[in-house]
Design a protein around this ligand. Structure first.
Ligand code: NAI
Length: 332
């Protein structure tokens, strides 16, 4: 099968090539560094499958172009699918498969990394000691034990994250329209958001981005949070109204912010932009706060996760070849 693989970096090619060559009948992979969008869709000509990542543009227009080119399957190399117009895909008869689970541990552990970094000011300590500065002013942290950590979204990643922070002695509260049975059994209270905001010392987002969760963190929800709350977002950028968060940081309502995702990350992340001027003034303002740590959508980025992404992507394509995917749009 001929597959157009978009938004690829050397590490993607490495893991996909290894998994492909281990197949009895390897596919023909056409790697493209560029994102899939209206200008690049033509690169999928002569292919049956496009393989995409988080910031590829799969809106109705691009999907129409792909359908016209004869593409039958969109194989996402990620868990989130908010970048795909699923209704349009269904109308066009395009199948959509994703890697629903590759390593919930990778993302949950990264969220913990952001929490500890912000709490103990590791990002500042790193620079101080390299400057021969061993002063402790401004580095004061807090014990994690007995702090209330709110987990929003208790699917695969939220469950692992909740388990990790419970191991640190934190009290976990959660919100999810479909409460995780294992966490319910473990005695984790599931509460409405209005009850969750004022209780939490740390809030970590692990729900998908959709019309219900867009700007879940906004001026109103921030107003009801504890003073000095820590916000962690490894979900999707659009869960947070960035301007409202900046106001919260300026007023000290928000004491710490850890982001692995950003609303407008599509034009920034996964690229070395160090020789370019940063044009996004909102993002630039975020980077000025000493109590903000941003990583560039790297929470998933472990060896185990990349190997699993490659393996499951080819399993999805195999199911498609065997005619085992529904004739309607599928998100497995
Ligand atoms: P999942 O599908 O296993 O769990 C999502 C959970 O969110 C479900 O339990 C669902 O009921 C819940 N949910 C849905 N609507 C909600 C709402 N309005 N409020 C609260 N909870 C709600 O997904 P998984 O694998 O745990 O991933 C979660 C998200 O993490 C993904 O949607 C994706 O956006 C993000 N992600 C980020 C990565 C990164 O590298 N930063 C990597 C992988 C995923």
């Amino acid at each position: 099968m001929k597959i157009a693989v978009f938004s690829t970096k050397p590490y993607d090619r490495d893991f996909l090539n290894r998994a492909n060559h281990a197949l009895p009948n390897p596919h023909e992979l056409i790697f493209h560094e560029v994102q899939l969008n209206a200008n690049s869709a033509l690169l999928a000509q002569d292919c049956q499958v496009v393989c995409c990542f988080v910031n590829d543009h799969l809106d109705a227009g691009v999907l129409q172009q792909l359908a016209t080119l004869g593409i039958k399957l969109i194989a996402l190399r990620c868990a989130g699918f908010n970048q795909v117009d699923l209704a349009a895909a269904k109308n066009l008869g395009l199948l959509v498969a994703r890697v629903a689970e590759y390593s919930p541990h990778a993302v949950a552990e990264h969220a913990l990394g952001l929490i500890l970094m912000l709490n103990r000011n590791l990002h500042r300590a790193y620079h101080r000691t390299r400057e021969n500065d061993y002063s402790l002013n401004g580095l004061l942290g807090f014990d994690m034990v007995n702090k209330t950590v709110a987990v929003i979204g208790t699917g695969k990643i939220g469950e692992v994250f909740a388990t990790i922070v419970r191991g640190l002695g934190c009290k976990v509260i959660a919100h999810d329209p479909q409460p995780n049975p294992a966490l319910v059994a473990a005695g984790v209270p599931f509460v409405p958001l209005a009850e969750l905001w004022p209780q939490a010392d740390i809030i970590s987002l692990h729900c998908p981005l959709n019309s219900h969760t867009h700007h879940l963190i906004n001026r109103d929800s921030i107003a009801t949070m504890k003073d000095g709350v820590m916000l962690i977002n490894t979900g999707r950028g659009g869960l947070i109204d960035t301007r409202a968060v900046i106001s919260g940081l300026k007023s000290k309502k928000i004491g710490y912010l850890g982001l692995d995702v950003y609303e407008e990350e599509g034009d920034l992340f996964f690229e070395d932009n160090s020789n370019r001027l940063l044009q996004d003034d909102v993002f630039a303002r975020l980077l000025t706060f000493p109590n903000v740590v941003v990583t560039g959508h790297q929470a998933f980025f472990t060896r185990e996760a990349l190997a699993a992404i490659a393996r499951v992507t080819f399993e999805n394509i195999d199911h498609f070849e065997q005619g085992e995917l529904d004739q309607v749009c599928l998100v497995n």
